[in-house]
Design a protein around this ligand. Structure first.
Ligand code: SF4
Ligand code: SF4
Length: 380
């Protein structure tokens, strides 16, 4: 709690104002020339950073394609000069890679393209990578991630062998891990292992200070840092063009983050998000972000993992709270339900109403039982 208060105070006074990383550079994007009729715009600066020791040059705003269904949004993002695109074998039941590959088309080699595998053994990973390459219509991906890990115990030696083999075969230029939780343990382990080039981590204004420290140390050690879940709970209570842009700007300006990959589903979101590359935050902006954090604290799970193992019915609390945020924070009900129903059967069937009292106490004030009940009502 001490850390949280300290962080909030820093935010509200602007003392945590991140500065653009030393390796950043600027280019010009003329939105007015490329924006569809009706959306006025003025030249916007593209901002670039280097993705750690990979040496890859990436725009500080990349594109998270997970929930994008319209290929023209991906194509236009590439036309505008966005250079980082992220997908995964499992997104949209395999359809997302196909859409991204088709949308990028001949622009593929002008961008940094990442995908992920959920396979848990060497043979399964190799098979998934071949499928990814085929669907993405490319001979290689720039970054290949192990998908959604939160603990070193989930990563076995043969999985690391599969990553290294992919690099040797030229199918993946660089490798890494994507992670939603447990970063304070996982990321230092990645640094110590020395075989991972990039980490794709949930990171935003509400991130636990211990996770931020782990990310800072990874960046210092030369690991490329890509940030996802950058909107801190999504659009809940936020006004498009105001707090949302500031929330993204806070991440893109963080010195340890090379690129942030907000989800984008339409042209308006794309146009709004690219503005973050040219934005700076004032002291007043920091006050508004701190107020926003206060406003959402009962609903917004930071996925810090501190309550792991505390549920009387053994539920993966942070995961379930993430699924409900997909629905009421990001407007992605189907995705939230899909992930909820992918849990073990006993977790899908569990009901909070069967507990005399909730054993999960969140140090950040999340009303866990209320949010878990909502997930069960919405998805089960
Ligand atoms: S509910 Fe609270 S303690 Fe549990 S993961 Fe979320 S923020 Fe952390
Ligand atoms: S009320 Fe829900 S979240 Fe709390 S301990 Fe029971 S099952 Fe777990």
């Amino acid at each position: 709690m001490k850390n949280k208060t300290s962080r909030r105070d820093f935010l509200s006074t602007g003392l945590m104002l991140p500065v653009v990383g030393a390796g950043s550079s600027l280019g010009i994007l003329n939105l007015s020339a490329q924006t569809p009729a009706g959306s006025a715009g003025s030249p916007v600066k593209l901002n670039y950073k280097t993705l750690g020791k990979t040496g890859l040059k990436v725009t500080t705003v990349g594109m998270g394609c997970m929930i994008t269904s319209d290929p023209s949004v991906v194509t236009r993002a590439a036309d505008l000069g966005i250079t980082y695109f992220d997908t995964a074998r499992g997104y949209q039941r395999g359809n997302n890679e196909r859409m991204v590959g088709a949308a990028l088309g001949g622009k593929r080699k002008q961008v940094v393209l990442s995908t992920k595998t959920e396979a848990r053994d060497k043979a399964g990973m190799a098979k998934e990578l071949d499928t990814s390459l085929s669907e993405l219509k490319t001979d290689f991906v720039d970054v290949w991630y192990l998908h959604g890990k939160s603990n070193p115990s989930e990563i076995h030696d043969d999985m690391i062998e599969a990553l290294q083999l992919a690099k040797q075969q030229g199918k993946a230029r660089f490798v890494g891990i994507s992670t939603h939780g447990g970063q304070q343990t996982l990321i230092p382990w990645m640094v110590q292992k020395g075989v991972f080039d990039v980490v794709l981590s949930g990171f935003n204004i509400g991130t636990d200070p211990a996770v931020e420290q782990a990310i800072d140390a990874a960046a210092k050690a030369g690991m490329g840092v890509v940030a996802m879940k950058v909107m801190a709970g999504g659009a809940r209570g936020q006004k498009p063009g105001q707090t949302l842009l500031k929330t993204l700007t806070w991440v893109t300006n963080h010195p340890s983050v090379a690129t942030a990959i907000p989800s984008m589903t339409d042209m308006d979101q794309l146009d709004e998000n690219v503005k973050a590359m040219a934005s700076v935050l004032t002291a007043e902006d920091h006050k508004q972000l701190a107020a926003h954090l206060e406003m959402i604290q009962a609903d917004y799970c930071r996925m810090c993992g501190k309550c792991e193992g505390n549920c009387a019915q053994g539920l993966p609390v942070a995961d379930v709270l993430r699924y409900v945020t997909y629905a009421d924070g990001y407007g992605q009900f189907a995705l939230g339900r899909e992930r909820f129903l992918q849990m073990a059967g006993e977790h899908v069937a569990a009901r909070c109403e069967n507990c005399p009292e909730c054993t999960v106490l969140c140090p950040y004030g999340v009303k866990v039982q209320k949010r878990m009940k909502l997930a069960q009502e919405l998805f089960a």
